[in-house]
Design a protein around this ligand. Structure first.
Ligand code: ZN
Length: 612
């Protein structure tokens, strides 16, 4: 029943021009400072559930300094498992200075923790600090939510420089957690939990693993995705595709022009620029269009950004200072001649979709000149962010030699015998795939053969990879997203021509012979199975008979070659075992003689033709 409702909602949005539904619900877990118990108690539990978390660390803590704890090595392993390692300032100093922020950012960068976010010590927050942090980090986390007023404490997509978290310590009851998650699930909200050390002491900082496990189970039962804070921020505010409307470089006339040029008097530029200490959201310097400006002759404001050509959904973060008022903001996209061509109505802080745009000349621009009061009295309404959201979907079909059962179908024995993991197996901690995605399902959809890894390249070489996704392979060869039916979505990849690479954990990877044209929501099928020439190179697939071709089995260590070490280091050790095994080359849940005889022996000596 639930799936049907979701499908209907998706169809509705598709019918009005591919506008995406609201983001969420989503849950993030996080920790401050840095403690050995993250590794000893927390990490094993996170790995068991396949969840990532965020560690906001200082360079100078006894954990980082204590060589006994191998903190750095542990953090690097956690990062490979999908954890975000981010800044909590260099030394937790009070007050926080620019040096504390910049020094920590450099330190994290130098140790291999790039693109870090920021959590403020003591939850300190001022407008000046936001302006410092914005130069280094994509978000600023500082607030604390109140379980009794959960709505007020939630993080909102329009408030990424004042993210609020919920303290998950041993004083919190699982009933409180349930209430919060229920609200998030219904209202598509984002819940960020945080702790300090793990441990079983009550009345203080500690978070017991029993409470954490119970919280995980509540998240699982509601099927809410778990992502790091940076993942959510990057989805909502894609790097390079965000216009901060208060920025001098992405709007025109620039603020300094209003402030300095004699051609505008103060009362005119005040119609646009009003520096208010907004209470929620709290960022400073938002360009505010005064309400009821329709009868005034104001200059046209332009928000613009140079971006790659392609299709985007335009989303706007609009803020309304006072409650109980409704405004209509007029704008146009890429049309300077008529800046009031379109309009949007808001009555509160909002994340709204302005529809789809196709950029052809490398620049996006939104023009605006006025806003009307629809109801209530005059007040402030402003454009805070313009965000350009893009995606690409892959629609591909492959067969795996190991599970191929003839007549265009593959066996789903791993699924029917409950041997398929709910979390994808292409984890970077194994050191094979260099992949850190958090894809997981809460119920394995029917008809699934196994997980595959889909990769997009702009050229043939490995240094042209622009994105990877773990996805599911159906018995008919279709590669689908986590819902078991949609085309595989790549966030932040502009539709265009890409080579598609398909990887499987014990088969040889293949790549499309040529770049494939991929679109925003519905790509044409690329069927690798119809001819050898569909894949890059020569004879790069197995001939499965009846003019059907598929990925070659037998590569247990996934190094791109079927060779002796696949036999020596995997099949010989695993022979007789059952489960989700590397040397189960026919994917029937058992490592047996036929895995060696029918797959490894005939394929020994073969290698992938996907370029490194
Ligand atoms: Zn702290």
């Amino acid at each position: 029943m639930k799936r049907k409702i979701i499908l209907l909602i998706m169809l509705f949005f598709l019918s009005i021009g591919n506008i995406k539904a609201q983001y969420g619900p989503v849950v993030s877990f996080s920790y401050d400072d840095g403690y050995p118990s993250w590794w000893d108690l927390g990490f094993p539990l996170y790995q068991k559930y396949g969840f990532p978390a965020v560690g906001w660390i200082n360079a100078i803590t006894w954990w980082m300094q204590g060589t006994d704890y191998h903190a750095l090595e542990h953090l690097q392993v956690m990062q490979k498992a999908g954890w975000e390692i981010s800044s909590h300032t260099y030394s937790h100093a009070d007050p926080i200075t620019q040096l504390e922020v910049s020094k920590m950012k450099n330190w994290l960068d130098s140790l291999g923790f790039p693109n870090s976010g920021f959590q403020s010590p003591r939850n300190d927050w001022t407008h000046n600090l936001v302006n410092i942090v914005r130069a280094y980090h994509p978000y600023y986390s500082a607030g604390t939510g109140n379980y009794n007023q959960s709505e007020e404490g939630m993080s909102h997509p329009y408030d990424i420089y004042f993210l609020k978290r919920f303290s998950l310590t041993n004083d919190v009851t699982i009933q409180q957690v349930r209430k919060l998650l229920d609200s998030a699930a219904v209202k598509n909200q984002w819940v960020i939990f945080y702790g300090h050390p793990l441990g079983n002491q009550s009345g203080g900082w500690e978070q017991d693993t029993a409470l954490l496990r119970a919280t995980f189970d509540e998240v699982v039962s509601r099927q809410i995705p778990v992502k790091t804070v940076r993942e959510v921020v990057n989805d909502l505010y894609p790097p390079g595709c965000v216009i901060r409307c208060s920025d001098d470089t992405s709007q025109y006339p620039v603020r300094s022009t209003f402030e300095n040029a004699g051609s505008f008097n103060a009362s005119v530029w005040n119609e646009y620029w009003h520096t208010v200490n907004w209470t929620d959201p709290r960022y400073i310097g938002s360009p505010a269009v005064y309400c009821n400006t329709s009868n005034k002759n104001l200059p046209v404001m332009k928000f613009y950004r140079n971006i790659p050509n392609g299709q985007y959904e335009v989303r706007a973060t609009i803020i309304v200072k006072d409650p109980d008022r409704t405004y209509r903001l007029f704008y146009s996209i890429n049309d300077e001649s008529n800046p009031s061509k379109d309009s949007v109505e808001v009555s509160k802080n909002s994340d709204v979709s302005l529809g789809m745009v196709t950029v052809t000349n490398g620049q996006f621009a939104l023009y605006t000149q006025k806003a009307d009061v629809i109801s209530g009295s005059n007040g402030y309404v402003g454009w805070a962010y313009i965000r350009l959201i893009t995606q690409t979907v892959v629609n591909a079909k492959v067969y795996l030699q190991g599970s191929y059962a003839g007549s265009g179908t593959m066996a789903t024995t791993l699924n029917s015998s409950d041997n398929l993991p709910f979390h994808h197996p292409y984890n970077d901690t194994l050191g094979i795939w260099n992949y850190r995605g958090s894809e997981r399902v809460y119920d394995m959809p029917a008809d699934i053969v196994d997980w595959v890894l889909v990769e997009l390249r702009t050229g043939t070489a490995a240094n042209t990879i622009v994105g990877s996704r773990a996805a599911l392979l159906k018995s008919n060869g279709s590669i689908v997203d986590l819902d078991g039916s949609s085309q595989v979505k790549f966030n932040r990849i502009v539709p265009g021509n890409y080579y598609i690479v398909i990887r499987h954990r014990n088969h040889l990877p293949i790549m499309s012979a040529n770049p494939v044209n991929l679109s925003f929501t519905n790509s044409s099928l690329y069927d690798f199975s119809t001819a050898q020439t569909q894949a890059y190179g020569t004879e790069s697939m197995a001939d499965l008979g009846s003019s059907v071709f598929g990925l070659i089995s037998g590569d247990a260590n996934a190094n791109g070659q079927v060779q002796n070490n696949d036999l020596q280091n995997y099949w010989i050790l695993q022979n007789g075992q059952s489960g989700y095994k590397e040397s189960d080359f026919n994917l029937n849940g058992q490592v047996q003689n036929n895995d060696q005889e029918n797959y490894w022996v005939p394929n020994n000596g073969k290698g992938t033709q996907v370029p490194n």
